[in-house]
Design a protein around this ligand. Structure first.
Ligand SMILES: Nc1ncnc2c1ncn2[C@@H]1O[C@H](COP(=O)(O)OP(=O)(O)OP(=O)(O)O)[C@@H](O)[C@H]1O
Ligand SMILES: [Mg+2]
Length: 232
């Protein structure tokens, strides 16, 4: 076993049991992702991308197989333990940004720290640092409605990073952005990856995926291709 892997997925299956029908969404998937990698997950609709992201994000458990996150076997943990692992080890970025509308960028970014029990002075200092990391040092007091779409997504990224997660998971992060803003966002991801962040993103967009260093392609719940892009 590769003990330094950020992600170690072994023969993982996921079957959704709908009573009379069973859907085999993942049919035996194995791969490792080392710390500091930048990976895109692609595949046609229904191929299992979101199912895999839900497992990687500890939002769900595999039916069979093992999943080690940062060397912790999370495949058998209970709901409370999974929630604790999510808070500590993972950062999430979604297509829809999911920011609180009436709340400043700084407070949005600081929110996960509130749940982690960090005091307000330290929360604000850490949040300001993360906003600076994504190039928004001059926008800390802006509300989401006072920011462009790309800036809102950068706030969401700063929020995802505020707990210093082992892995940043992004599900269609450019889905709501035009191509110019998507390119800018890919610049932010590249900068974060160069600073050592481990990033995994699902995307339908080959241009977006081309910014990653590696692309894993799914089809019918199986990995059909796993190759370096030649980037980086
Ligand atoms: N909660 C669920 N219950 C039952 N079946 C599900 C559930 N979620 C997904 N599926 C099925 O599992 C398969 C994989 O779905 P998944 O959402 O992982 O695909 P995807 O690759 O993310 O597709 P898309 O690109 O359309 O988002 C599909 O056949 C889907 O219908
Ligand atoms: Mg999906």
């Amino acid at each position: 076993m590769n003990s330094s892997a950020a992600i170690d997925v072994r023969e993982v299956t996921k079957t959704y049991d709908l009573g009379d029908v069973k859907v085999e969404a993942l049919r035996g998937v194995s791969f490792t992702i080392a710390r500091g990698e930048y990976v895109a997950i692609m595949g046609p609709s229904g191929s299992g991308k979101s199912t895999l992201m839900n497992l990687l994000g500890c939002l769900d458990r595999p039916t069979t197989g093992r999943y080690l996150l940062d060397s912790i076997d999370v495949s058998t943990l209970g709901d409370d333990q999974l929630a604790a692992i999510r808070l500590k080890k993972l950062g999430f970025v979604f297509q829809g940004f999911n920011l609180l509308a009436r709340t400043s960028a700084l407070k949005n970014v600081a929110l996960p720290l509130f749940y982690a029990g960090v005091g307000s002075r330290e929360r604000n200092a850490l949040a300001a640092g993360r906003l600076a990391e994504v190039g928004l040092a001059d926008r800390v007091n802006h509300k989401p409605s006072e920011l462009s779409g790309g800036q809102q997504q950068r706030v969401a990224i700063a929020r995802a990073l505020v707990n210093d997660p082992a892995v940043l998971l992004a599900d269609e992060p450019t889905g709501n952005l035009d191509s110019t803003t998507s390119e800018e966002l890919m610049g932010v991801f590249q900068h974060l990856n160069e600073a050592g962040r481990t990033i995994i993103m699902v995307t339908h967009d080959e241009d977006v995926a081309g910014h990653a260093r590696r692309i894993i392609r799914l089809r019918d719940g199986r990995i059909v291709d796993d190759q370096a892009t030649g980037k980086g």
